[in-house]
Structures are given as structure tokens and as C-alpha cells.
Design a binder for this molecule. Structure first.
Ligand SMILES: O=C(O)[C@@H](CO)OP(=O)(O)O
Length: 236
């Protein structure tokens, strides 16, 4: 810890369980809802943060319903509905390409065991691509009409995810933290992994082993140079 200097707090949260998490479907950019358990996890996360006396100045979420709904529930539990909220496609989950909507076994039957397994274990492995004219491709969705289509994925390796999250972390999130703002970021497993990677300087292999549970707030305490000095699960 850095003596009497004030630490900057940053809270990361994976959304509550979604209906596709429940049934073990690859989800990615598919816009599915929270399950009943996920809604309860979101309420519980808000209560935990409130009981632990957390307060926030700005909230961030992905464009995806499961993260947005989780954030809205937390804000309601903490009576923080008035806070500025920044949504970005750069915080959307890793795009799982043609695997989206499939469960692991059907995916392996369709694409082969190794092509599916390696996407889960190797930082550089990309899932099979969606066809560019697939209506599910982000460039074909009205929701992303304001984004340069050349930036929108048809599938992503974790390295590609890390590359698109990096400018958002360094140009949008960390400058707010540097000003002493208290930040809450609600996103996804893959996104939290690469945020943790960039905050802590982890390797690709370490990132693939990080476990990130739904609905469990992770607090980072950063020194004034934005170096993490502490990381813990709130309420544990
Ligand atoms: O998209 C998915 O399949 C899962 C795991 O990567 O992500 P999340 O439930 O965190 O959105």
C-alpha cells in the first residue's frame, strides 16, 4: 500500500448469469437476457456494493442487454440511477463468430473438437468466422450503424479483443480514474479478462486461466500512477 496516499477505486463486474450462460451456449455479441438467477445476482451485487459503502461517479457497460440490465439493477439498488453511464461496443463480449448460439458438443460436431477447444485455451485462436452477409454480423445490425464497419468483427481471438479494448481503457476509462472519479464497469468474462491483463501486465497464457464469476464485483485499488496495489472480491 502507498502510505497515506489516496487510492483510486475501480470496480469490474461480469453481468449476472444470462439465459445462454445457464444452457452453456456460446454467446458473444448475441443479445440475450438475464436468467432469473442472473437478475438475483445483479440485485445481490448492488446490495453488496452498498453494504460495503461503495459509491460511484461514472458507470460503463457494453451495448449488450445482459450487461446493461445488470448495471440498471445495481444503480437501482444503490439509488444511483442519476449517474452518467457510458456504453460502448468496445466493452461487448468477445465475438464467438459462427459458434454463437451453439453449445460446446454441437459446436465440436460441426466444426471439429480442436478448432472449438483451442478458442477457449489459446489467446491467439479465433473461432470460425460468421459469413459477412449473415444478419447476425455486427456490421449488418442497426445497433452498430455508427461504428466504422471495418472495426466490427466476424469472430475474435482474445488478442483481437485485447486490441479493441485497449484504446477504450487508455483514452476513456483511465483518464476518468486519474481525475479521482470512482468507476463501475459492467461487462463480460472476456472483457474483464483483458482489462485485468492490461491493468496487471499479465501474459496471454495467464489471461486464459483467469476465472471471472457472474455477479461478483472485483475491486481494484490503484495508486496515483494507476498501478494496481490491491485486487479483491467485494463481500468476500
Ligand atoms: O459470451 C459468452 O459465451 C460468455 C463467455 O465468454 O460471456 P459472458 O457470459 O461473460 O457474456
Amino acid at each position: 500500500m502507498s502510505g497515506t496516499k489516496k487510492l483510486i477505486r475501480l470496480v469490474l463486474l461480469r453481468h449476472g448469469q444470462s439465459v445462454w450462460n445457464q444452457n452453456r451456449h456460446f454467446t458473444g455479441w448475441s443479445n440475450v437476457a438475464l436468467s432469473a438467477q442472473g437478475e438475483e445476482e445483479a440485485r445481490r451485487a448492488g446490495q453488496l456494493l452498498k453494504q460495503a459503502n461503495f459509491d460511484f461517479d461514472i458507470c460503463f457497460s457494453s451495448e449488450l442487454k445482459r450487461a446493461r440490465d445488470t448495471l440498471a439493477t445495481i444503480q437501482s439498488e444503490m439509488v444511483l440511477e442519476h449517474l452518467p453511464t457510458h456504453r460502448s461496443w468496445r466493452l461487448n463480449e468477445r465475438h464467438y463468430g459462427a459458434l454463437e448460439g451453439l453449445r460446446p458438443w454441437p459446436a465440436m460436431r460441426k466444426f471439429g473438437i480442436w478448432p472449438v477447444l483451442k478458442t477457449q485455451f489459446y489467446f491467439d485462436a479465433s473461432p470460425p468466422l460468421l459469413a459477412a452477409d449473415d444478419p447476425r454480423a455486427p456490421a449488418n445490425q442497426q445497433r452498430y450503424a455508427s461504428v466504422d464497419p471495418s472495426q466490427l468483427p466476424l469472430a475474435e481471438s482474445m488478442r483481437q479483443v485485447s486490441k479493441r479494448v485497449r484504446p477504450f481503457l487508455h483514452n476513456t476509462i483511465l483518464p476518468e480514474a486519474k481525475q479521482g472519479k470512482r468507476l463501475l464497469i459492467v461487462a463480460h468474462k472476456g472483457i474483464l479478462r483483458v482489462l485485468m491483463m492490461q491493468l496487471e501486465g499479465l501474459t496471454g497464457a495467464q489471461v486464459m486461466r483467469l476465472s471471472v464469476t457472474t455477479g461478483q464485483p472485483i475491486c481494484y485499488e490503484l495508486d496515483e500512477t494507476l498501478v494496481p496495489v490491491n485486487r479483491y472480491y467485494v463481500g468476500q
